[in-house]
Design a protein around this ligand. Structure first.
Ligand SMILES: Cc1cc2nc3c(=O)[nH]c(=O)nc-3n(C[C@H](O)[C@H](O)[C@H](O)COP(=O)(O)O)c2cc1C
Length: 310
């Protein structure tokens, strides 16, 4: 048996075992087979879907993506065909991917989200539900963008009662009193936190005097936000005993290892997928090589092992 085969990359959150700590960030890979020629999702610890809503959404008008230094702004506006279309037309394909499927959902209020969770609870293909309470690009009342701790608490509590699946709550630095939000999510029954969603920003065309995005503002992602995301993961892990799925500008195995050393159970690649669709697979291979070189045999040997003393 080779030394490499002894390395255990698996990580467990609740009752779900992920074969390795790498996944993809919601919305950066679509929901169907468009990326199949480029990346083998079966090699990842999980696949996270684009956020779905109860009813179809057309999203924001174009332009809704703009490249910025070290990142991008997006204001897609949660375009999707709705929950029933997802179950009928997307799940059959997604269930063939040999990894855990995390379904991301958003809704207009706690009871709509709870109803969606109940519906997904009966889908055996779904390993976990990620509650997207933090999309920064929504202006209508059909999607709840939780800003305050009490709103997050209400939603998580209600959804928790409707599903036995692993429940992940996705947070954003845009939320007021972030640590309080994180704490109340945990108290309300979330099994893990996912962070960070994008951070609101904007760009202007100085010739037309118009914003680069039709929505005026959009969510900033990519390497530009990585140090911020890492800091959030680190601080949450200092305060709370809860598994975290870290994301924000992860493009390489080194970036992913930073999040793991800060305490993340799993790490997602997002914006980097647009540049290199193999980024998540490269991260898995790079982490395995790193573990081998350093002599670590399981994720527990390195997770949260940041040395802060001088
Ligand atoms: C084009 C695009 C679409 C996104 N769509 C979603 C979405 O549907 N749901 C969600 O929770 N996050 C969405 N996100 C946010 C990402 O999942 C991720 O939290 C964020 O981009 C930070 O990671 P990154 O810097 O690696 O991209 C989207 C991001 C991008 C760039």
């Amino acid at each position: 048996m080779s030394q490499k085969s002894k390395i255990d990359l698996s990580t467990k959150i609740g009752d779900v075992t992920f074969k390795n700590p790498i996944t993809v960030a919601s919305g950066t890979f679509g929901n169907t087979d468009e990326y199949e020629p480029y990346v083998d999702f079966g090699e990842l610890g999980a696949f996270v879907t684009k956020t779905i809503t109860l009813n179809p959404r057309v999203g924001n008008p174009m332009p809704r993506i703009f490249e910025t230094p070290s990142g991008m702004l997006n204001a897609i506006g949660l375009e999707n065909k709705g929950l029933e279309d997802y179950i009928e037309n997307k799940l059959p394909y997604l269930s063939k991917i040999k990894t855990n499927l995390i379904t991301s959902i958003a809704g207009k209020d706690a009871s709509e989200l709870a109803g969606m969770a109940k519906r997904l609870d009966s889908c055996n293909e779904v390993s976990a539900i990620e509650l997207n309470l933090s999309c920064p690009n929504i202006r209508d009342k059909n999607v709840k963008v939780a800003k305050h701790a009490e709103e997050v608490e209400r939603v998580v509590k209600e959804v928790r009662q409707c599903t036995n699946k692993l429940l992940i709550t996705k947070l954003s630095p845009e939320m007021d009193f972030f640590m309080e939000v994180a704490e109340l999510s945990v108290k309300s029954g979330t099994d893990a936190l996912s962070m960070i969603n994008t951070i609101k920003g904007m760009a202007i065309n100085v010739n037309t005097l118009k914003p680069m995005l039709s929505n005026v503002t959009g969510g900033l992602s990519g390497p530009a936000v990585r140090p911020i995301a890492l800091r959030y993961v680190y601080e949450v892990k200092q305060h709370l005993d809860i598994p975290v799925i870290g994301m924000g500008g992860v493009a390489s195995w080194r970036d992913a290892m930073e999040f793991i050393i800060a305490g993340a159970h799993m790490v997602a690649t997002g914006t980097s997928n647009f540049v290199n669709p193999r980024a998540p697979q490269d991260c898995v291979e790079g982490i395995e090589n790193y573990m081998q070189e350093k002599g670590y045999s399981s994720m527990k040997d390195i997770r949260g092992k940041l040395q802060t003393s001088v």
